[in-house]
Design a protein around this ligand. Structure first.
Ligand code: NDP
Length: 328
């Protein structure tokens, strides 16, 4: 087998189709879901052969569940992991009041950022074992990859990242994290709750994490850390909590007006490419295929805004996240 990959959130959308694409490329895929039976049913529904699949129970919103899932995983792995894909996410833009995770954190930040942050930290040692050292040239022949789903709407450098509905991603002075991120605090910035922005902020944290992992750990561990924007997959269940009229119009708008629309299958293929293809074996890169889809368009390295790349912010996000997930 070319490798083993752990991927979070495979009951629908990008994760499900990434799972399919990776299985078809010969990979062993371990899925991590809060309801593994839903993952089994979804895989069957889209025709993924079960022989290359293993299902793990993990609720990304609950730090204890992440720890338990990792313990089960590490106890059962025969070979080190070759890749980790951080894909699961929740987006609930219509909440009036924040929902809370098991640890009392705002739910989208807890699921999308803290759950994955802890998951990565707990798997780093294992992922570091996958490298094959090419001693003659002093470089790695192959190494494990950590691939994180980012998004255009959290990248202030791109037009999609500047849309003020409800506000662009912005972690402010991080006083929300600093004060412990418990009620009544619900935003990283410590400002008032904006559910749509909470999602964007969490995705900004995902991209900051990728950059900081690269800075801190790539050289010593060999692990390749990348993020990607797969295109606007406008019809996934991610948008299940948006108004019905939005769910009807958004895919049409993205197809006909912006040209940003990509199918779930295509987005899944893109994730699989970043996991497996040699040309994506570069650490610290945010990959994109652009915001307007064109036939046969090649991927490119999308520049991230200073909000994602600034090392001082990243250092604080790292240190505060370490604390909030209970590692320091
Ligand atoms: P979906 O809603 O289709 O998929 C999200 C997945 O995450 C589901 O399998 C869901 O499972 C899982 N999940 C949610 N909460 C948890 C949890 N607490 N623990 C474990 N798993 C959980 O969304 P998409 O496929 O659209 O999104 C996938 C990723 O792609 C996200 O990171 C998103 O930010 C990113 N992305 C999406 C874009 C788009 O246009 N759709 C654009 C750019 C990035 P469950 O059945 O349990 O809810």
């Amino acid at each position: 087998s070319p490798g083993t990959v752990l991927i979070t959130g495979t009951t629908s959308g990008v994760g499900l189709y990434a799972c399919k694409a990776l299985v078809y490329r010969g990979w062993q895929v371990i899925t991590a879901n809060r309801h593994p039976l839903r993952a089994v049913a979804a895989a069957e529904r889209v025709g993924i052969p079960a022989a290359q699949l293993t299902h793990l129970r993990m609720d990304l919103s609950d730090l204890q569940s992440v720890r338990d899932g990792v313990e089960t995983l590490l106890g059962s792995l025969e070979q080190p992991l070759d890749a980790l894909v951080c894909n699961a996410a929740v987006y609930q833009p219509r909440l009036r009041k924040p929902k809370r995770s098991a640890q009392g954190y705002e739910l989208s930040m807890a699921t999308n950022h803290f759950g994955h942050f802890l998951l990565i930290q707990l798997l780093l040692e294992n992922l570091g074992k996958a490298k094959v050292f090419q001693s003659a040239r002093g470089s790695y022949l192959s190494a494990a990859r950590v691939v994180i789903l980012g998004t255009v709407t959290a990248n202030y450098k791109e037009l999609g990242g500047k849309i003020p509905i409800p506000a662009p991603a912005d972690l402010g002075n991080l006083s929300g994290f600093e004060q412990g991120f418990h009620a009544p605090i619900s935003m990283a910035s410590g400002k008032s709750f904006k559910p749509g922005k909470a999602y964007k902020d969490s995705k900004l944290c995902n991209m900051i994490t990728t950059q900081e992992l690269h800075r801190r750990l790539h050289e010593q561990s060999g692990i390749l850390f990348t993020s990607l924007y797969p295109g606007c997959v406008a019809d996934t269940p991610l948008f299940r909590y948006t108004p019905k009229i939005f769910r009807f119009l958004f895919p049409i708008f993205q197809r006909l007006i912006t040209g940003g629309y990509v199918t779930q299958a295509k987005a899944g293929q893109r994730v699989a490419q970043v996991v497996t293809n040699p040309e994506f074996g570069v650490s610290g890169v945010h990959w994109s295929w652009g915001n307007r889809q064109k036939k046969n368009r090649e991927s490119f390295r999308q520049e991230l805004s200073e909000r994602a790349t600034d090392p001082i912010t990243a250092k604080r996000v790292w240190e505060l996240s370490m604390k909030l997930v209970g590692l320091t």
